[in-house]
Design a protein around this ligand. Structure first.
Ligand code: NOJ
Length: 763
């Protein structure tokens, strides 16, 4: 055993010995260096140790005398699952007044889409196609959380998710790296503001680094078997964007990438993230991620696991305590590990310093402020606005929506219509069910006087019980309009919530069929944390409104859109497949030598038993009005690397009501040294237009945004770039092109680079 341990450690050390000299030195102030000089090895390991101070749904529940004693002894650097001004202040006092060196604790919590004021789930906010929505949500969360003494959130989750069977798709921004990068930057800005030392900010974490969303078969925690190019072009851009935006920390992912577990992945954690990207913050492990190197089969025991993770670049050990219990012996055996340990401690202390904790360890934790800002009217209003902007109208034949004023009897069918809990989605921090305004109540308040509303649950997502269907059918028969509220409950997406079959769960499809059989007009209201397979619904129901899980203001937002007080304007951040067996299916595929052909007698890249298209494409979303596009203007025919090109188009509201259009720019490199995607999103702008009004939208791009990952560098190739502007990836209204004049080199993932967009009113 000892022999085996020594082998693994020496492997870890061989990895490091050659590169310790080149190890990026974290920034360190005089204060940090002088602290470090005084720290014992146990105190150093303490700084790298993160313990749970509570459970996810019971924060602070593990704060007891034993934990306080460990804080007193300097054995803990950070805690997760703690919150509340009084509780955090009390424990911080122990750290700063009773521990030998008085180093403040760092408090973390999973604040994923709101602290107490719960906003729409992240996938929904991505559907707003408006980064200001995500930024504002993160800002509100930061204001509430910081008043409650929390310093650090494990958000944003910037994993690109090509496969919606993966339940964690709900926590991110969907399938596209460009959209994902924009949302990553927005959230980092929202949480951190311009300066983390300022009040009302918390430190962000870009997670889960890397390629966690590439899990085989969409199974959470499974391996990522992807090419270097896919890793760099699809999965890494949002991480680069988050790093460039100054994200304070990164979290390592549970998965392996091409066989190497991320918690032992020195090439990506140290070589790429800290080396090439020059990012300098602390990397935190995921929960027990260090210990999981053992079942991954790269470490034979805890000591090996700890040494491997430290050598790879994981600074903070969340909850496994292997750093604390194992690294001391390892360092004593081999002092060359010490510089790595010191660097990790420097990074943790630098984060504390960046947050201003050495100057004010209580940093904004203030019971009075906490009471004033938590779930304030202003924060609720922001959550309402975010919810409204996240709603996507998928289908609306015959103008079933908005609900006509002549409708007298509305039957609301489906258990989800009154399920407040589900509106909180996966992860709810301090969110409470009773804070949620559900759809039923909001609709009752809004329907015109004299209109009657009945609710029949009919069937629920988590049961096969069909006994309620007859009553639901009866209610539908008596109604002028049916609102069929179906989908998933909150517990069907999120961590460890992968599903192999994305059709409507429980008896909901049977309910839907029975209700549709009545022949009454039906508007489907979907609630879900991922795309669902709703081919049968889409074939029969005239209207479908995608509402995801929208947080505390879900009900009023959905009801406002249903009655036409607000117009739907969100877009799909992920394709809706026609069948689970068609997954993964993304819009930005590579072309095949045998492009998919609707003619089944030809041998092309498709299934025999499914049409070649998605049910609803990436970027899709309707409005209560329609928009006309003018032709595309490209301001120059040829662009050299380093120069820019501006593309513009005029969009007019051609209908009779106000609405929002999301103008989308896609590009294609038709002939390159390697196959390039048939379409790649390279810009979007959500614009509001009154009836008859027009705006000119422009996008300014550079050749680096088309660079190709080629053997360790971003190669800009000369040649034509085709441009497509439209209302979705499948609804292209206007085309153009320009040429990249010469070869060049980019310095960042192409999809991480933001296109400058502008809008101006056309008179
Ligand atoms: C495990 C999850 O993967 C991660 O996203 C989360 O931040 C940690 N647990 C802490 O709760």
């Amino acid at each position: 055993m000892v022999g085996k341990l020594m082998t693994a450690l020496s492997i870890a050390l061989c990895l490091t010995a050659a590169s310790i000299a080149a190890e990026p030195h974290p920034p360190a102030s005089h204060r940090i260096e002088s602290l470090l000089a005084r720290m014992t090895i146990e105190e150093k390991l303490g700084q790298l140790t993160q313990l749970p101070g509570g459970r996810q749904k019971a924060v602070n529940s593990r704060i007891d005398d034993a934990l306080r004693e460990r804080v007193r002894r300097g054995q803990v650097g950070s805690l997760l699952n703690v919150a509340g001004a009084d509780a955090t202040r009390a424990l911080q006092r122990v750290a700063v007044e009773e521990s030998r060196l008085g180093i403040p604790l760092l408090y973390a919590l999973d604040i994923i889409h709101g602290y107490r004021t719960i906003f729409p789930v992240p996938l929904a906010m991505a559907a707003a196609f408006d980064p200001t929505v995500s930024e504002r949500a993160a800002r509100v969360a930061a204001v509430e959380a910081s008043a409650a003494g929390v310093h650090w959130t494990f958000s944003p989750m910037v994993d690109v998710a090509p496969d919606p069977r993966w339940g964690r798709i709900v926590e991110g921004s969907g399938e596209d790296p460009y959209l994902g990068s924009a949302m990553a930057v927005a959230q980092v800005r929202g949480y951190q503001g311009d300066d983390l030392a300022m009040p009302g900010t918390i430190m962000a974490t870009a997670k889960h680094f890397a390629a966690y969303g590439a899990a085989l078969g969409g199974r959470d925690y499974d391996s990522a078997e992807i090419s270097e190019r896919t890793l760099n072009e699809i999965h890494l851009p949002p991480f680069h964007a988050a790093a460039a935006a100054g994200a304070g920390s990164f979290m390592a992912a549970f998965n392996t990438v091409s066989g190497l577990p991320m918690h032992a992945n020195r090439p990506l954690l140290t070589g790429l993230l800290r080396g090439q990207w020059t990012w300098q913050g602390p990397v935190v492990s995921d929960w027990m991620g260090v210990a999981e190197l053992i079942p991954h089969g790269v470490a034979g025991n805890g000591a090996e696991a700890a040494a491997l993770a430290l050598a790879a670049g994981v600074d903070i050990d969340m909850s496994s305590e292997l750093y604390f219990t194992q690294l001391r012996a390892a360092v004593e055996r081999d002092p060359t590990l010490l510089p790595l340990l010191d660097h990790a401690v420097r990074r943790v202390l630098a984060a504390k310093e960046r947050l201003g904790l050495f100057d004010d360890p209580y940093r904004g934790a203030d019971p009075a402020r906490e009471a004033a800002v938590t779930l304030s009217a202003e924060h609720r209003a922001a959550a309402r606005e975010a919810a409204l902007r996240s709603i996507v109208l998928l289908k609306n034949e015959g103008g079933v929506l908005p609900i006509a004023r002549t409708v007298r009897r509305v039957a609301v069918i489906g258990a989800l219509a009154d399920d407040s809990d589900s509106q909180l989605g996966s992860w709810r921090a301090l969110g409470r069910e009773e804070d949620v305004r559900p759809l039923l109540a909001a609709l009752r308040e809004r329907l015109p006087e004299g209109a009657e509303l009945v609710h029949e649950p009919g069937a629920s997502p988590h049961s096969d019980d069909r006994s309620g269907i007859p009553r639901a059918v009866e209610a539908a028969r008596r109604a002028d309009l049916v609102l069929l509220v179906v989908g998933e409950d909150f517990d069907m997406s999120g961590e460890a919530r992968s599903r192999s079959d994305l059709s409507l769960p429980g008896a909901q499809q049977a309910l839907a069929d029975a209700v549709l059989d009545t022949g009454k007009p039906v508007a489907v209201v979907l609630m879900n944390g991922r795309p669902l397979v709703i081919d049968r619904l889409a074939a029969r129901a005239p209207a479908i409104l995608e509402t995801w899980f929208l947080g505390v203001e879900a009900g009023p937002a959905i009801a406002d859109v249903l009655i036409g007080r607000a117009a739907p304007g969100g877009r799909l951040p992920v394709s809706f497949p026609r069948a689970s067996g068609a997954l993964p299916f993304t819009y930005n595929r590579l072309p095949s030598g045998r492009p998919a052909d609707p003619d089944i007698t030809r041998d092309t890249v498709r299934y025999h038993d499914l049409p070649v298209t998605p049910l609803f494409p990436f970027g899709h979303g309707l409005s209560y009005t329609s928009f006309d596009y003018g032709s595309l203007a490209v301001d120059r025919a040829s662009v050299a690397p380093g120069e820019s090109v501006t593309i513009s188009v005029t969009v007019r509201n051609a209908g009779r009501v106000a609405g929002d259009e999301v103008v989308q720019l896609y590009a294609r490199d038709p002939v390159a040294s390697v196959s390039r995607p048939v379409q790649e999103l390279r810009g979007f702008r959500r614009i509001a237009l009154a009836p008859g009004k027009a705006k000119r939208v422009s996008f300014t791009l550079t050749p680096a945004q088309f660079a190709i990952w080629d053997d360790g560098r971003w190669r800009i190739e000369p040649g034509e770039i085709q441009l497509m502007v439209g209302s979705s990836s499948a609804d292209i209204r206007s085309r153009g092109a320009f040429r990249i004049a010469a070869e060049g080199e980019g310095h960042a993932p192409a999809a991480a680079l933001a296109t400058v967009t502008r809008e101006e009113t056309v008179r």
